[in-house]
Design a protein around this ligand. Structure first.
Ligand code: DCT
Ligand code: MG
Length: 401
């Protein structure tokens, strides 16, 4: 772009500006407007969203409001804010004016008001007020306990419990997960690093190799998308021979348990995956799908140099608690499980919405069903699933919507 300061300066100095210059300026303004107007497709699964975000001030405000809506069990509002934030995360540069947002999808009235507030005043009044509110703070603290969801937190708040101290002093009975969550609260609220994720990966790999040689372990979740920290570590386990994975989870769990690596574990049939399945979910081969929610006891892997305590203090803790999710999938469903467990949550939600609304298909972490043809579409790689859905392939590092 040409420098237009000459024009403004001439005007300010009261110098004559000829008609050609005026035309030149108008043309420049048109070019500039074209350059700064953004355009993105409507579904997050049609976009490439890397971890580089040029609009964190805007997306932080919208994400906070999304989180508050989710914690208040207002799912619709939560999704609306998440979608708006995701659109801004996909923009190639910083937004400086409302005019640049014209024509962008997923920006509803409420989100636009939040954005305007940030652009004009440097912060969103609504997001700031929410962040300071007693209710939000209490919801954050209580749902920060592993095993405590929005419903439980809300019930406790209505009973006057806002802090961990108040919870500990109350007569509330906690289930096993919540008790473990409370016991390891500080550790579990400290982000997991890539080094720690790798160390856990080594342990899981060793366990799996011992109990079923040939079985494969894949890191999924945020770490597969290239994030350098996470709230947990997610793994997907399979075996190249269909059926060999049956009964694998209990064996992995006892291997880990007998070596003292587990502070808590609960193995379930995958209810979370089932609940997000559409009508097309396969009923019979589902029974094999198992998920283990666990808390690992990870021996120290990060350098301890910075944590200097008095010599006489109690012996230093040489491990930390880390949330780990293990999922076992038969090889025939592996590609679907891998796609479903890589995330982000919004990317997954958008894939399923795209499948349903645009392709008349039902996508789950087990299968893809074509509702028009009444048949399942096979796939042995994520690329094939994107192709079935007529979507350009988006690699994990660009699924950070
Ligand atoms: N997932 C999903 N829908 C959910 C929960 C999870 O589609 N409601 C999928 C997408 C991500 C994957 O499971 C793992 O979940 P998390 O660990 O919660 O997400 P993450 O992206 O790994 O985030 P973090 O880095 O904080 O662990
Ligand atoms: Mg994760």
């Amino acid at each position: 772009l040409l420098d237009i300061s000459w024009y403004t300066e001439s005007m300010r100095a009261g110098l004559p500006v000829d008609i050609q210059d005026r035309h030149k300026l108008q043309q420049q303004q048109v070019n500039q407007a074209e350059l700064l107007l953004f355009s993105v497709p409507a579904y997050a699964c049609q976009r490439r969203t890397t971890l580089v975000n040029h609009n964190t001030a805007l997306t932080d405000a919208l994400s906070l409001l999304a989180e508050n809506a989710e914690l208040s069990e207002e799912e619709g509002r939560g999704v609306a804010f998440r979608r708006a934030a995701a659109v801004l995360k996909a923009l190639p540069s910083v937004v400086t004016s409302m005019a640049q947002l014209e024509g962008l999808p997923c920006l509803g009235g409420h989100s636009l008001r939040v954005i305007r507030d940030v652009l004009e005043n440097g912060a969103s009044h609504e997001a700031e007020t929410t962040k300071q509110s007693e209710r939000y703070k209490a919801l954050k603290v209580l749902t920060g306990i592993f095993g405590v969801g929005a419903k439980t937190a809300d019930r406790w708040i209505r009973e006057g419990i806002h802090t961990l101290q108040q919870l500990r002093e109350s007569a509330q009975t906690l289930n096993r997960a919540q008790q473990a969550g409370l016991d390891h609260y500080d550790d579990l609220n400290q982000p997991v690093s890539q080094t720690e994720a790798d160390a856990i990966g080594d342990i899981v790999q060793k366990a799996v190799a011992c109990v079923l040689p040939g079985a494969q372990v894949t890191l999924t979740g945020g770490f597969r998308r290239g994030k350098d920290t996470g709230h947990d570590v997610d793994f997907l386990i399979t075996h190249p021979e269909e059926g060999r994975e049956v009964g694998l989870m209990p064996k992995i769990v006892s291997w880990l348990e007998s070596r003292g690596f587990l502070l808590y574990q609960k193995t379930t049939r995958n209810s979370y995956l089932e609940s997000m399945d559409g009508p097309g979910r396969p009923a019979s081969n589902m029974d094999r799908f198992e998920r283990c929610l666990s808390i690992f006891k990870l021996p120290d892997v990060e350098p301890q140099g910075t944590k200097e305590g008095p010599i006489s203090a109690a012996p230093q803790k040489r491990w930390r608690a880390v949330r780990v999710d293990l999922v076992v999938s038969p090889i025939s469903q592996f590609a679907f499980a891998l796609l479903g467990w890589t995330g982000s949550k919004l990317f997954e939600r958008e894939l399923r919405r795209w499948a349903g609304h645009e392709k008349a298909m039902s996508l789950s972490s087990h299968a893809l069903h074509d509702n028009t043809q009444s048949r399942y579409l096979r796939a042995s790689s994520e690329e094939e699933i994107f192709a079935h859905l007529s979507l350009e392939y988006i690699p994990p590092s660009e699924r950070n919507a």
